[in-house]
Design a protein around this ligand. Structure first.
Ligand SMILES: Nc1ncnc2c1ncn2[C@@H]1O[C@H](COP(=O)(O)OP(=O)(O)OP(=O)(O)O)[C@@H](O)[C@H]1O
Length: 520
């Protein structure tokens, strides 16, 4: 696989392209190794934490090598973000998706089949890759020696055990079976694959595990402080939870003032955060409740909004940070918050998000890691907070069991129902991990996230990691002896006893705090 003739003749100066084309100062740890393997023409599997910079690992090789790189992407918004960013730096990039006009499509295909395509990256949907006409075109480009590689973004979508299963991804095995002599190298990328999902990705794409170059970074993000807050089963109402969140924000504001001084802190742009809720109506309701506080500007985001409203909200929120004062001289709020359903997640790349709150337990563990991973994408300290109670846990499990029952009773072809059931089982499995994560008071949460994603297994499979990410191990036992999260989770900060106590007696503990803080 590694000898790709015209694609690999010279050893390129990766830094040159990084600076000149992508305008970045240096590679992040492991990026250079992954990019070298891709440029050399290997099949590559990269499981790297949210915000690692996975896209660069196929974009930079696409700019270096001759020929076309096909990028498969599951979401239009994600695709457009990357296409716009590449166009802005002058990279020849195109996309064929549901919004592409016939005329544009014709131009793109003409270039693609010209024998020397100008386009370096072509972003497409997995559904397009299922069509005979697109497959014929790809075979032609390959015969012309112009198909450099296929990059499969969000590769976990291939597996029924994955949280974002997309049936069309399962057909992507076509590439390895049909683009041969030489085989076109494949790069598969994801932030959230469990061991089962990883096995599916490798098998379904037809990758040879003995030849494949594996890379991973720890699934938990070292710059995120992970915390769970336990709510009393029945006694605590929404007022209590809103008060609790306001106190959390107040603590953030105080820390900022202590660090910068009150005057400088007041000049800073608002602190950005996301609060994830389960339902659209709740997003609207909570956004309006939070906005009643004069320090907060909150806006709802969910799939029920018109698409132009969603685009506008996202653009406003991700724009370079607003000044701390409005033009009329009035002080801008301290916090700018999006209250969102899970319609706001994968691929959202606002580097300034400082906190992500889950108002109720997340529905899937992979979803939780994706969503909390919207925080701290600039590498600076950020926080993830989950509100958890047993009532809500049981409600979610009940709903999932009901869904499973409905699916079982639903008519349709047997393989289709079997596939639905498998995916439903995967959902339950994933939620069980959320429960384990939230209910654990005896483990570092970073360590737990790594364990639940099977990071240690990846290491055993020979996956290359950034040097600093290997945990110290007990001699000869292969068991990690510590996870130095540097007090970046509630367990490591508070300790087993205090955390356990908080889990059992949160209501009374909080009442004391509330007295201290002058809330009651
Ligand atoms: N070497 C680098 N130096 C500085 N910024 C970088 C570097 N590599 C990538 N980035 C930036 O990091 C941000 C995140 O990159 P990207 O969107 O590729 O992340 P990702 O790994 O796909 O994350 P997610 O899975 O959460 O979407 C982008 O804004 C990108 O421009």
């Amino acid at each position: 696989m590694a000898d790709r003739g015209s694609f690999t003749r010279r050893r390129p100066d990766l830094e040159f392209y990084l600076h000149r084309v992508f305008r970045k100062k240096s590679f992040r740890p492991l990026q250079r190794e992954v990019i070298s393997a891709v440029v050399e023409g290997h099949d590559v599997f990269l499981q790297a934490s949210t915000s690692f910079g996975k896209s660069l690992c196929f974009q930079l090789p696409a700019v270096i090598n001759n020929g076309l790189t096909i990028v498969i992407c599951p979401l239009l918004a994600l695709m457009m973000d990357q296409v716009n960013a590449l166009q802005a730096i002058g990279v020849a990039v195109s996309t064929i998706n549901s919004n592409t006009s016939l005329a544009e499509r014709r131009l793109i295909l003409d270039d693609m089949l010209s024998g020397h395509p100008r386009t370096r990256l072509l972003y497409v949907t997995p559904e397009l890759c299922q069509t005979d006409s697109f497959r014929r075109n790809l075979q032609l480009v390959h015969r012309q020696g112009q198909l450099a590689r296929v990059a499969i973004d969000e590769a976990h979508c291939i597996s029924e055990w994955g949280h974002d299963f997309r049936p069309a991804y399962q057909e992507l095995g076509w590439f390895r079976k049909n683009l041969l002599n030489p085989a076109v190298p494949i790069t598969a990328l994801t932030a959230t694959a469990t061991p089962r999902v990883r096995t599916d990705i490798i098998n379904m794409l037809g990758l040879d595990p003995t030849q494949l170059k594996l890379f991973n970074t720890p699934s938990a993000r070292p710059n995120i402080h992970y915390e769970v807050r336990y709510l009393e089963d029945s006694g605590e109402d929404e007022d209590y939870q809103v008060d609790n969140l306001l106190r959390y924000l107040k603590a953030i504001r105080k820390r900022r003032e202590a660090r910068l001084g009150a005057e400088e802190a007041a000049r800073q742009p608002p602190v950005s955060g996301i609060v994830y809720v389960g339902l659209r109506a709740m997003a609207e309701h909570l956004a309006s409740r939070l906005s009643q506080d004069k320090t907060i500007s909150a806006v709802a985001y969910h799939a029920g909004l018109a698409s132009q409203d969603r685009t506008r909200i996202q653009a406003l929120w991700t724009a370079p940070q607003a000044p701390s004062r409005h033009t009329d001289g009035k002080k801008a709020p301290t916090f700018s918050i999006i209250v969102a359903t899970n319609a706001f997640g994968m691929g959202i790349d606002n580097s300034h998000v400082r906190f992500v709150v889950h108002w109720t337990p997340p529905r899937s563990f992979e979803g939780f890691v994706q969503e909390s991973g919207r925080a701290g994408r600039d590498g600076r300290a950020a926080a993830s907070l989950v509100y958890y109670n047993l009532q809500e846990r049981d409600r979610i499990v009940d709903r999932m069991n009901r869904d499973t029952e409905n699916m079982r009773n639903r008519g349709g072809p047997k393989p289709f129902i079997a596939s639905l059931m498998k995916n439903q089982e995967a959902r339950l499995d994933s939620f069980k991990k959320v429960v384990r994560y939230c209910e654990s008071v005896t483990r570092c949460r970073h360590d737990l996230i790594k364990e639940l994603f099977g990071d240690f297994e990846l290491e055993e499979m020979g996956s290359q990691q950034p040097p600093s990410s290997q945990a110290p191990r007990a001699a000869g036992m292969g068991i990690p002896v510590s996870t130095p999260c540097d007090y970046a989770c509630d367990f490591c900060k508070e300790g087993r006893v205090a955390l356990g106590k908080r889990k059992r007696k949160m209501y009374s503990c909080m009442s004391e705090y509330m007295v201290d803080e002058g809330y009651v």
